[in-house]
Ligand binder design. Structure first.
Ligand SMILES: [Zn+2]
Length: 142
């Protein structure tokens, strides 16, 4: 787990926000919870622009389809032992386990992305950390 005590709040669109963008020393721009969530709870419904363009903050929603200009989900950090997951069919972000207020939100990039904008070395600290993170196509055909 990444320590988030150095995180600074960058954006909070309204007072009822349940998520916020923050800055974390290890991972840069990230998303954290403002309130606690229970396992299975929906953290966010997301929306954005869908086209064929892959960028650092886009997410794959279907074959050759990528969503960008999202409020939060495009800024989620990767973790090999994630605490939430994206449901691309219903465009929801769902808690995989109980999440405390102020926790950094992590998804596994290799689950949704065929190819990453940029492969990278992971230092998430999870016991099952895969080290180098790629899209799922590269995982199937190393
Ligand atoms: Zn990792």
């Amino acid at each position: 787990m990444y320590p988030v005590k150095s995180a600074q709040m960058l954006a909070s669109s309204d007072q009822d926000a349940r998520l916020e963008l923050c800055h974390c020393d290890q991972v840069g721009l990230a998303v954290r919870s403002v309130v606690a969530f229970s396992k299975g709870e929906v953290l966010d419904h997301f929306d954005g622009r869908i086209d064929q363009h892959i960028s650092q903050h886009s997410l794959q929603v279907g074959r050759g389809e990528h969503i960008s200009e999202t409020q939060f989900v495009g800024f989620l950090s990767h973790g090999c032992d994630p605490n939430c997951a994206l449901d691309m069919e219903t465009r929801r972000l769902i808690a995989l386990r109980d999440i405390a207020a102020g926790e950094l939100l992590l998804i596994d990039y290799s689950i949704t992305e065929d190819t990453l904008f940029k492969d990278f070395d992971c230092a998430c600290g999870a016991s099952q950390c895969r080290g180098q993170i790629t899209g799922r196509l590269a995982m199937k055909n190393p």
